[in-house]
Design a protein around this ligand. Structure first.
Ligand code: GTQ
Ligand code: FE2
Length: 331
């Protein structure tokens, strides 16, 4: 390429596509990764010793997928970050809000730690699933005993790419009045007179017991698995934008039907133990382990105890709504 052409392009603010070399996302090779609870658990104690909630906005460990170590990517999964947060008795995490959609899945706590979401207090018992949808005020407090530990997941990289995030520190000047979720407690019945014009579920807290009841009552699929989705009762769709969540009970000593997709998924082991075949790799998992299911691999799970349950979060719905989703099943 002549020097004249090069400088003419530069001053005209154009470039030659045939000379560009940066790889596109499809060439990024992701391998599955498992973060064992046995390694995460002691790090949380050290994090408590080394941080003071007076100075920290949140006491959070960010899971970093080693597949992205030499890339500008961050976090556990391509479009979603997965973090662990810990709060001690007497501590608070101050109110703020952001456009990122966030969820919490509670790992440890005595139910005396609370997240207040837009004025609604949500007690945090182990196994509970809580929503903090985009632009809702939220703060955490703890007046019980022992550590409160939970998984946070946010659609951070996606919104970072789209430049759609905003952040506002509290205190709030427009906190909505506290509301009750009891109107939604009866499955199959939704109130009609409420002005619900929000793009997320009116339920902010999904207790584990209801999920376990549903899994126990439903028939198994042909491969023996049982799976429920956390939905918005007003639409039947996902509970909120950005991250779509499920609970899977894989069959005992049997493989689920293998599938492959261009969506990304993260799993938290809620109960029991088992193994997941992900491409060429077999990941063995047990309670509180966290692992990634990167796009493109053939995936199949099996339980090795009767009670095994995986909490799953995925960007699948984002891809589906854009008509970008591709997935196939084997057999
Ligand atoms: O608890 O508000 O893990 O704002 C990352 C960002 C937690 C939170 C995270 C957050 C929060
Ligand atoms: Fe937040």
């Amino acid at each position: 390429m002549s020097t004249n052409f090069r400088s003419a392009m530069e001053s005209a603010n154009v470039s030659a596509l045939w000379e560009r070399t940066e790889p596109d996302g499809a060439q990024l090779t992701e391998t599955p990764h498992l973060w064992p609870w046995a390694e995460l658990d002691p790090l949380l104690d050290v994090a408590v010793q080394q941080t003071d909630m007076e100075n920290a906005e949140r006491r959070v460990l960010v899971l970093e997928n080693p597949a992205y170590r030499d890339s500008p990517r961050i976090g556990a999964s391509l479009n979603m970050v997965v973090n662990l947060q810990v709060l001690m008795p007497g501590e608070i995490a101050r109110p703020h809000r952001h456009r990122l959609n966030a969820l919490r899945f509670i790992i440890e706590g005595d139910g005396r730690a609370v997240t207040i979401v837009d004025g609604t207090p949500c007690p945090m018992f182990p196994g509970d699933f809580l929503l903090t949808p985009g632009w809702c005020w939220h703060e955490h407090s703890h007046d019980g005993k022992g550590r409160a530990v939970w998984l946070d997941a946010l659609d951070a990289q996606l919104q970072r790419h789209l430049c759609t995030n905003e952040f506002e520190p509290g205190p709030s000047n427009d906190m909505p009045p506290p509301r009750s979720e009891d109107a939604y407690a009866a499955a199959g019945v939704t109130p009609l007179n409420l002005q619900e014009d929000k793009p997320y579920s009116p339920i902010f807290r999904y207790p584990l017991s209801r999920v376990v009841d549903a899994l126990g009552a439903m028939p198994a699929a042909a491969d023996g698995s049982r799976r429920v989705r956390y939905t918005n009762p007003l639409t039947g769709g996902p509970a909120m934008p950005g991250v779509d969540c499920y609970m899977l009970a894989p069959p005992h000593e049997r493989q689920t039907r293998a599938y492959r997709t261009n969506a990304n998924m993260m799993c938290l082991v809620v109960e029991g133990e088992g193994a997941s075949q992900i491409g060429d790799e077999m990941l063995r998992w047990r309670k509180n382990d966290i692992f990634s299911l990167p796009r493109g691999h053939w995936i199949s799970h099996r339980a090795e105890s009767g009670d095994a349950k995986l909490f799953q979060l995925t960007d699948r719905e984002v891809l589906a709504r854009l008509d970008y989703l591709r997935e196939e099943f084997r057999g």
